[in-house]
Ligand binder design. Structure first.
Ligand code: RP5
Length: 164
């Protein structure tokens, strides 16, 4: 079995509806990955262990999704130099603006690459991880270029209904 190159972690199984969109992209591109729940506040020791082992296990990026006071991406980033891509999950009361602010407002020195709230952010984080890996992988770069070309063709083929 190929060891994972991208880790997808989330604070709760309730984040899966959003985070599965990252996993779908990684599967589409054939990137070896893993997905698991690593809650920052409910399993902090596991979170630190995951971050500390990440580089040694061969992970090239960690996609971390969380909602509310979403400290998972920042705390992972505090414990590893593997790039952390943060996905704000939409929360029940503040629709994910709380998650976005929690993730994007990292103090200087410990970066978290932060993506859009929800499904688009999860998919784009995975596409960004693919782009990172594609720097060293010509075949993967070819797949990414083909993916972009498909989007271009689809947009060019769009038609509009008559006005009124
Ligand atoms: C965060 O709290 C999780 O990332 C999730 O978005 C949110 C709610 O978690 P559950 O109460 O649904 O487990 O830790």
């Amino acid at each position: 079995m190929t060891s994972p190159r991208v880790g997808v972690v989330m604070g709760s199984s309730s984040d899966w509806d959003t985070m599965q969109h990252a996993v779908q992209i990684l599967e589409q591109f054939g990137v070896p990955h893993e997905a698991r729940v690593v809650s920052a506040h409910r399993m902090p020791d596991d979170m630190f262990a995951y971050a500390e082992a990440a580089a040694g296990r061969g992970l090239k990026a960690i996609i971390a999704g969380a909602g509310g006071a979403a400290h998972l991406p920042g705390m992972l980033a505090a414990k590893t130099v593997v790039p952390v891509l943060g996905v704000p999950v939409a929360s029940r009361h503040l629709q994910g603006v709380d998650s976005l602010h929690s993730i994007v407002q990292m103090p200087k020195g410990i970066p978290v690459a932060t993506f859009a709230i929800g499904q688009a952010g999860a998919a784009n984080a995975a596409l960004f991880a693919v782009a990172l890996l594609a720097n060293e992988d010509a075949a993967l770069r070819g797949k990414l270029e083909a993916f972009r070309a498909e989007q271009t063709a689809a947009a060019r083929a769009m038609t509009l209904p008559p006005a009124g």
